[in-house]
Design a protein around this ligand. Structure first.
Ligand SMILES: Cc1cc2nc3c(=O)[nH]c(=O)nc-3n(C[C@H](O)[C@H](O)[C@H](O)COP(=O)(O)O)c2cc1C
Length: 381
């Protein structure tokens, strides 16, 4: 573990330990991956101001996220199929988040179910919802999230139709999943992964299997899911969700100011500036370039979160400097999960925490509330 010093190290270890099809599923983006790359490149373009001789002892990284106390200004983003990066991946990630004092968001498309995760952690977690055509099923999912005492519902808005990831098609990560000789051979070279997944509670979509009639196999469920994304989804459905979900609501997948203005009027606690980690609309702007416009338009009305491309504490500081109240990290923790299971997620969180702490010190900042645009050099903005 001592040789792991940054998120890239975790990525490299995950690349060696996780079968190619599942590693690529996590790592890659849609179509030409223009937006995936832009998320990183535009973050790195923001240069930070080095300040000296400011008393930066007693730094404080704690905050609150939608009113919940958090030890760090970021949460773990909802990620489908965590349990295919490492057996019981959702439970392990939720535990690591809980131990670090930050929120964990469970995806609709998880391997472990809402109930599995609720039984494995003591603190409430967030549940991410995809609105499916089968609204009865959506209602039931919301009721299950209420019964599991989830503290927020993250409603994802940017996946009404699926962007194509070329790597997934080439690797057979399709509907139905293709069993290819090369994948079987690849799995044979990853025994640690195979044991962890075989020992895991489930090998299917935990929130769906057993809850959709007649869809028991992975194949039939994958077909059902593919037909369930709903292109007719509209803001009216958000009102409907609101009427069913009494708790805090987070609207995820806002990139445009016009949408942000509507989102701010929906009675949600927060919105997430997100382009699904460059996995949906290829050609869309990077999230960091969209963030300041959204913050200017609605930052005084609704809590603005940010995700896309965060691989370091420096990146978290960049996003906070441009007005995000908190961030979500996606791949950064998924690499940790694939590399080392729960310890790897904990490591990813710790790496980003330490980097953020040092970056605050070197920019002359003691508190998160003191982070602002003044920390980013003008010419870089
Ligand atoms: C492998 C993978 C699966 C994802 N699955 C979901 C999902 O089920 N629901 C969702 O709202 N977002 C999902 N996302 C998007 C993330 O929540 C988040 O927006 C994105 O990962 C942020 O970008 P980053 O990975 O560069 O940090 C997924 C992202 C990845 C990489």
């Amino acid at each position: 573990m001592t040789s792991i010093t940054c998120i890239d190290d975790l990525r490299e270890l995950a690349r060696r330990r996780v079968p190619r099809a599942f590693f690529d599923y996590a790592d890659r983006g849609s179509y030409s991956e223009e937006t995936l790359r832009a998320n990183r490149e535009d973050l790195l373009r923001l240069k930070l101001r080095q300040r000296v001789l400011v008393d930066v002892s007693d730094r404080d990284l704690s905050t609150s996220i939608i009113g919940e106390p958090a030890s760090l200004p970021f949460s773990l983003a909802p990620i489908g199929l965590c349990g295919m990066q490492h057996g019981d991946g959702e439970i392990l990630s939720a535990r690591a988040a809980q131990a670090a004092g930050i929120p964990f968001a469970l995806s609709t498309m998880s391997i472990c179910s809402i109930e599995d995760v609720a039984a494995a952690v003591d603190k409430p977690f967030w549940f991410q919802l995809y609105v499916m055509r089968d609204r009865g099923f959506v209602r039931a999912l919301i009721e299950r999230a209420i019964a599991a005492k989830c503290s927020a519902l993250v409603l994802t808005l940017d996946l009404q139709v699926l962007g194509q990831r070329h790597a997934d098609v080439k690797n057979g990560m399709t509907v139905p999943p293709e069993i290819r000789v090369k994948n079987v051979l690849d799995i044979m070279t990853k025994p640690g992964w195979a044991i962890s997944v075989l020992r895991g509670k489930r090998k299917n979509f935990g929130n769906l299997a057993g809850h959709v009639k007649g869809m028991e196999s992975v194949n039939s469920l994958a077909h059902w899911i593919a037909g369930q994304f709903d292109p007719s989804l509209s803001w009216k459905d958000v009102d409907w969700i609101r009427s069913l979900w009494p708790g805090k609501l987070i609207l995820k997948g806002i990139l445009d100011v016009e949408d942000a203005r509507v989102a701010a009027k929906c009675g949600a606690s927060a919105l997430v500036v997100s382009n699904h980690g460059g996995r949906q609309l290829d050609g869309a702007p990077s999230t960091i370039s969209a963030l300041p416009k959204v913050v200017d338009a609605v930052g005084s009305e609704i809590e603005v979160m940010f995700d896309g491309g965060i691989r370091s504490g420096q990146d978290v500081l960049r996003a906070l400097a441009l007005g995000a109240r908190s961030c979500m990290i996606g791949r950064a923790y998924i690499y940790g999960l694939g590399a080392l299971g729960e310890a790897g997620v904990a490591k990813a969180i710790d790496i980003i925490r330490r980097e953020l702490d040092v970056t605050m010190a070197l920019t002359g900042t003691r508190r998160l509330a003191d982070i602002g645009k003044h920390l980013v050099l003008d010419e870089a903005r």
